[in-house]
Design a binder for this molecule. Structure first.
Ligand code: FEO
Length: 402
């Protein structure tokens, strides 16, 4: 491996020594259709320091990239910003090779590394603590729940470089290592998808992290996350995106999410969509069959309304909707309005179960659930259209009220 995997220079004294995972397609329920990277960074200070590692199976790749710059045995310190196994799976193997003087992690990180890997002797660092690397200095900031309780970021003063662990990342495998080497539209899509699926439930923690960075008045010229490209052209762009997403600002976009058994619920969805559109809502119909739950989550990042339709099967919500609603429930999208609809043959419990979902995630229901037995009549479809119009007008009113 040693001859094939090389480090990539980030600054004069910092190298990317991570791994590219071209084949991963699932990250705890999130469809990673473009793969990902597990970024690790080597700081060539007086005390040579490795920031984060990678998934277990990439130990050889990480060590080979390090060896393309220095003898791995010269590493003095390892900093673990985040204990999730995609960044620590090969930590034990790296420690065994490198034999560092010290390994650093947050208070919760120390506990997590002990629990996951029975790793003892990790040195705890605290929020705002500085670590001298001799000719360079790192400062650590606690960023709890961004993404796990142990999460922290590390700031390298002399290079104005923020090692941000999961924050500001994206799941995108590429040889391009920097934002200015990739299409902006691709990065916009992938960073939004990443935020929606990984960080949406932690908006408060994101705001706190952004506030901490602002209050520190530290200049940030580069942001080096643990996934995807390094932000060097315009790091403020991703900071601004995060500030906006953490506000959970809603737009006039309405998502109609549905599945259908014999096309009746689909017909209702189309009539509701017409009413929404005519009422001024930017409307998107998502037939859930064939659309991955993580793409639905991305659509909810800026949507203002979520209208859900499902048939009932054996007294239950259609299973495809059950999957997506369970996933979305965990992401806790805030500030949406919604309504339920569906066709049924025998008992029609699905709309009641959708209404319960809305109550659980505190989505304001604009109308009573709309149920149609078997096949919608013209009058039923008129009611669907009216339902769409009513939701659109409430949505516009809400957006205008700010
Ligand atoms: Fe990339 Fe929370 O791990």
């Amino acid at each position: 491996m040693k001859e094939a995997f090389k480090a990539v220079k980030v600054t004069d004294d910092v190298y990317w020594v991570g791994a590219i995972d071209w084949s991963v397609r699932d990250f705890h329920g999130y469809l990673t259709s473009k793969g990902t990277t597990y970024n690790a960074f080597l700081v060539l200070a007086d005390k040579v320091t490795l920031i984060d590692t990678a998934k277990a199976e990439f130990a050889g790749e990480v060590l080979a990239r390090i060896a393309s710059v220095i003898d791995p045995g010269r590493i003095d310190y390892i900093v673990s910003n985040h204990s999730e196994p995609d960044h620590t799976g090969c930590l034990r193997a790296v420690i065994d090779t490198v034999k560092p003087e010290k390994v650093f992690a947050s208070r919760m990180g120390v506990k997590a590394l002990a629990a996951h890997y029975r790793l003892e002797g990790v040195t705890q660092v605290t929020d705002g603590e500085e670590l001298s690397l001799g000719n360079k200095t790192l400062t650590f900031f606690d960023t709890q729940m961004c993404h796990w309780p142990d999460s922290m970021v590390s700031y390298l003063h002399e290079d104005e470089l923020l090692f941000s662990q999961d924050a500001f990342g994206m799941h995108l495998a590429s040889y391009e290592r920097f934002d200015d080497e990739l299409e902006q539209s691709v990065m916009d899509c992938e960073s939004a998808k990443y935020y929606a699926n990984i960080l949406m439930p932690f908006a408060k923690s994101i705001k706190k992290t952004l506030g901490k960075l602002t209050d520190s008045h530290l200049p940030v010229s580069l942001i080096a996350p643990d996934h995807g490209p390094i932000w060097r052209k315009n790091p403020s762009r991703i900071l601004n995106d995060y500030a906006c997403w953490a506000q959970q600002a809603r737009t006039n976009k309405a998502v109609v999410l549905y599945d259908t058994m014999w096309e009746s619920t689909e017909l209702m969805a189309r009539a509701i969509g017409e009413g929404l559109w005519a009422g001024g809502a930017r409307t998107k119909l998502i037939p859930v069959r064939g659309v991955h739950r993580s793409d639905v989550a991305t659509e909810l990042l800026d949507a203002g309304a979520l209208v859900i339709g499902a048939p009932t099967i054996n007294g239950q919500l259609y299973p495809s909707l059950g999957d997506v609603l369970s996933y979305v429930r965990g992401l806790k999208p805030a500030g949406l309005i919604g309504a339920a609809f569906g066709s049924f043959g025998w008992s029609g419990e699905a709309t009641k179960q959708i209404a319960e979902f809305f109550e659980h995630v505190q989505i304001e229901q604009v109308t009573e659930p709309l149920k149609v037995k078997y096949v919608p009549t013209d009058e039923d479809l008129r009611l669907c259209y009216e339902m769409g119009s009513k939701i659109a007008s409430r949505l516009i009113e809400k957006i205008q009220a700010g």
